[in-house]
Design a protein around this ligand. Sequence first.
Ligand SMILES: Cc1cc2nc3c(=O)[nH]c(=O)nc-3n(C[C@H](O)[C@H](O)[C@H](O)COP(=O)(O)O)c2cc1C
Length: 215
Amino acid sequence: MKKIMIIDGGPRRNMNTGAMVEAFAEGARSADAEVKHVRLYDIDYKGCRSCMACQLKGKPVDTCRFKDGITDLLAECAAADGLVLASPIYFGDITAQLRAFWERLVFPWLSYAKGEVKAAKKMPVAFIYTMNASEAYAAQIRSTNLAQFEGVLAGALGHEPEAILACNTVQVHDYSRYEFAEGTSENKQVYKEAHWEEDLAKAREAGARMANAQD
Ligand SMILES: Cc1cc2nc3c(=O)[nH]c(=O)nc-3n(C[C@H](O)[C@H](O)[C@H](O)COP(=O)(O)O)c2cc1C
């Protein structure tokens, strides 16, 4: 049975990112994969400390051995059959928690000597993003701010990156309690009715596709 790891870098359990992640997981499970969904905000850890232990001569290690809340999780991701990183977009980028996780995952795969980033095991990789803004904005930040984040990981894992998006998301349950522009609640509702089920369906399909991927 294939094992897919979903690393959820969003803080809110039951909102947009969580729902997209659950839809992806449902699709993957329906295609007989085992799915582990991990919420980074529940774990105590930090980004790379530049201890350089993973770059020592004669000591090639391909997962970060620094002991904290994600040490075992990093090894589990490196050994999986598929990897999904999910995040709400914060100021045009992934959350700080996901970035810190990514540093720890990827730095041990970097060889300065060879000038490459290569994981020991190849696997398909997908990115789930949710955001307030439009599809056009998503395309723009994917080609700028998110290009290294996606490109380095996908290159290391030997697969093209796939992104599953939910745009123009409903940010709060009751817009009347917050200082949003007039009409935001109505506009969001109209957009949601037209797109949300389709976004979830795309996440489910992507989950099934990853579970059925050939290598
Ligand atoms: C700190 C913060 C920064 C945000 N920055 C952006 C942004 O730059 N672009 C955007 O489209 N949405 C932005 N948003 C909106 C969230 O990305 C969006 O509501 C997302 O779907 C929230 O995911 P969640 O419901 O899973 O928490 C921001 C939200 C917060 C709280």
